[in-house]
Design a protein around this ligand. Structure first.
Ligand SMILES: *Cc1c(COP(=O)(O)O)cnc(C)c1O
Length: 402
């Protein structure tokens, strides 16, 4: 049986380009960039070459190699989120600013960092997300106070795929002199990200979401925005993050990002067609609903709810048919709580339980989409037929919610 992998928001398969780049580095550029000899200096040059190439993809300021760079390497998106948010918060607190603005549907790497800061005496305003999965720049502006140290709003949501008005939110923050961070892990390599045009001060990205290797990512910190260190040790990354650099991983990330950006237009056009066909096909199932705005969403993201079923059961049965999907976030699977993202969009608990996220990739074919459209209704019908909840809905004992 063919495996149809439609869980690319959880992680992606590595591209051949990324694998080739890494193999090359493992074999030839094995030095420690901190070593003073030739082999070490070759590694240092390669490291900074990757830094410049990644910076270019995000339209960072040019870097002469002497001043502080704007790209710092991390172990992934979670670490980048932690460092950006904690740094901006703690530096704000030094000036008496202990207020942070975010949204109710951030990734756990952001959410849990904010929860911890709340325990440390910070106050966080979680902006309500509209039913379409969006917040507005006006809402951010209205929430900014004299003591606001940081605004952190994700670029694109990992579950429902909605894309926030980042440029407008950035403009509001810049006008009010508040640091603006965005978790762009789902956006980078998939939709245009331009830190200068979009008024971003700090940004997080992760290689394994755009066909690079796992365990490597980067943060962008605009020149002039101070950045605190949380991993102490050697002087790597200009003292901003200690530890011998994962050079092969970083090279794989740079290669994957360049490839993703070069093919973005072509891939998006293809994905949009597949996405729309898939949404139309799945919404033919009665009592189903698309989660998140239909237009302001990632080209590869489909997220639907089916009333009267459990998302987990749906996933297992789809897996048996070779379809690897998700109910939402990879991080919440295994827990029986409905996704905080779907609840933030205002979905009732019962409905949020029946969610299915299909995140496509360039490798997804028209035939894959046809197969999914053919199989999902069968599984939904089977599950509804054995569901006591569905029976109550059908008998009119409980009203249909969608
Ligand atoms: C995957 C993801 C992360 C975490 O990135 P890792 O590299 O897996 O730590 C953070 N934010 C979002 C939106 C993500 O999708």
């Amino acid at each position: 049986m063919k495996t149809i992998y439609v869980d690319n928001a959880a992680t992606t398969a590595m591209s051949d380009t990324a694998i080739a780049a890494m193999t090359d580095y493992y074999k030839t550029v094995y030095g420690n960039p901190s070593s003073l000899h030739t082999v070490g200096q070759q590694a240092k040059e390669a490291l900074d070459d990757c830094r410049v190439r990644i910076a270019k993809c995000l339209n960072c300021e040019p870097w002469d190699g002497k001043q502080l760079p704007e790209i710092f390497f991390t172990s992934g998106g979670s670490e980048a989120d932690n460092q950006c948010i904690r740094s901006a918060a703690l530096l704000g607190a030094r000036k008496g600013k202990r207020h942070i603005i975010s949204t109710a549907f951030e990734h756990h790497a952001v959410m849990h960092t904010l929860k911890k800061l709340e325990k440390e005496g910070f106050e966080v305003t979680y902006l309500d997300v509209h039913a379409n999965g969006l917040v507005t720049a006006d809402e951010v502006a209205a929430a900014i106070r004299e003591d606001t140290a940081l605004v952190t709003v994700m670029f694109a949501n990992n579950e429902v795929g909605t894309i926030q008005p980042i440029e407008e939110i950035g403009a509001v923050c810049r006008k009010k002199g508040v640091v603006f961070h965005t978790d762009a892990v789902q956006a980078v390599g998939h939709i245009p990200v331009d830190v200068r045009a979009q008024n971003v001060d700090m940004l997080s990205l992760s290689a394994h979401k755009f066909h690079g290797p796992k365990g490597v990512g980067a943060l962008y910190c605009k020149r002039g925005v101070p950045l605190l260190t949380f991993v102490e040790g050697g002087a790597q990354e200009r003292g901003k993050r200690a530890g011998t650099e994962n050079l092969a991983g970083i090279a794989g990330m740079a290669a994957a990002l360049e490839e993703a950006c070069a093919n973005m237009e072509k891939n998006s056009a293809k994905l949009l067609k597949l996405r729309e066909k898939l949404i139309d096909g799945l919404l033919k199932i009665e009592h189903s609903k698309l989660n998140g705005d239909r237009n302001m969403r990632l080209p590869a993201n489909v997220n639907v709810c089916f009333e009267g079923i459990e998302g987990e059961s749906l996933l297992l049965l789809l897996d048996a048919k070779g379809i690897c999907a998700s109910s939402g976030s990879a991080c919440t699977s295994g827990s029986l709580d409905p996704s905080h993202v779907l609840l933030a969009l205002g979905l009732p608990h019962e409905v949020a339980h029946g969610s299915l996220r299909l995140s496509l990739s360039e490798a997804t074919t028209d035939e894959d989409v046809d197969y999914i459209i053919a199989e999902v209704p069968k599984v939904v019908e089977y599950l509804r037929n054995i569901s006591p909840v569905w029976e109550e809905l059908e008998k009119g004992i409980k009203p249909h919610l969608i």
